[in-house]
Design a binder for this molecule. Structure first.
Ligand code: TMP
Length: 207
């Protein structure tokens, strides 16, 4: 199983990935957690560059860097894990590129679709958990003192990114499952994710 987690900054992905990993462990389903951009040395170094609040990066450069980080992760770690029968839980994947660089920065989404395919060699998640939260609530939850370069992009940017994720969940309803986290506690979100994952497992038990 290849499951990705998506949503605007501050939606609580990182906590929920850990909880799902624990749940899968209990079920005896071997899994690893990865993050994007990151996971392997080159991609972590690209991540540092991309999030550096002192850098000014052009949208097209940003797109290429996120895609380069992804290509390296997919080929050297993600595909080998899946091939070894290990489920992968990934904190973001190409839907983030569509939402942030496409809807957020305004780059052409059809071009991004092509670049996403090239960077992943056509690999698609089996399931994408989209944790949906308003921009106002996400800001309350992000308690970091210093925002990184992307987090400094402003409310209008994040409204567009959120609209991008919603559009993706409507375009790919079988894969992208929108879960409302606004006003919900950690446990109730975790339970909703478990229901979605178990439904997927039941439907694909004989696949
Ligand atoms: P994180 O804070 O969720 O680890 O993600 C790093 C930041 O990078 C976050 O602000 C979202 C952003 N991002 C993009 O803009 N495009 C992408 O393709 C990815 C994977 C992340």
């Amino acid at each position: 199983m290849f499951i990705t987690f998506e949503g605007i900054d501050g939606c609580g992905k990182t906590t929920q990935i850990k909880l799902l990993a624990e749940y899968l462990d209990q079920k005896g389903i071997k899994n690893v957690m990865l993050r994007e951009p990151g996971g392997v040395k080159i991609s972590e170094e690209i991540r540092t560059l991309l999030l550096d609040a002192h850098e000014k990066i052009e949208p097209i450069t940003e797109l290429m860097l996120f895609s380069a980080a992804r290509a390296q992760l997919v080929e050297t770690l993600l595909k080998p894990k899946l091939a070894a029968g290990i489920s992968v839980l990934c904190d973001r994947f190409y839907d983030s590129t569509t939402a942030y660089q496409g809807f957020g920065r305004g780059l052409d989404v059809a071009m991004i679709d092509n670049i996403n395919k090239a960077a992943t060699g056509g690999l698609e998640p089996d399931l994408t958990i989209f944790l949906d939260i308003s921009v106002a609530e996400s800001k309350n939850r992000t308690c970091r003192q210093i925002a990184d370069r992307i987090e400094q992009s402003g409310d209008n940017f994040f409204e567009r990114v959120r609209a991008g994720f919603i559009a993706l969940s409507e375009k790919y309803p079988n894969r992208v499952k929108r879960i409302n986290v606004e006003g919900e506690d950690v446990e109730s979100v975790r339970n909703q994710i478990v229901v979605v994952v178990n439904k997927y497992l039941c439907e694909h038990a004989n696949a």
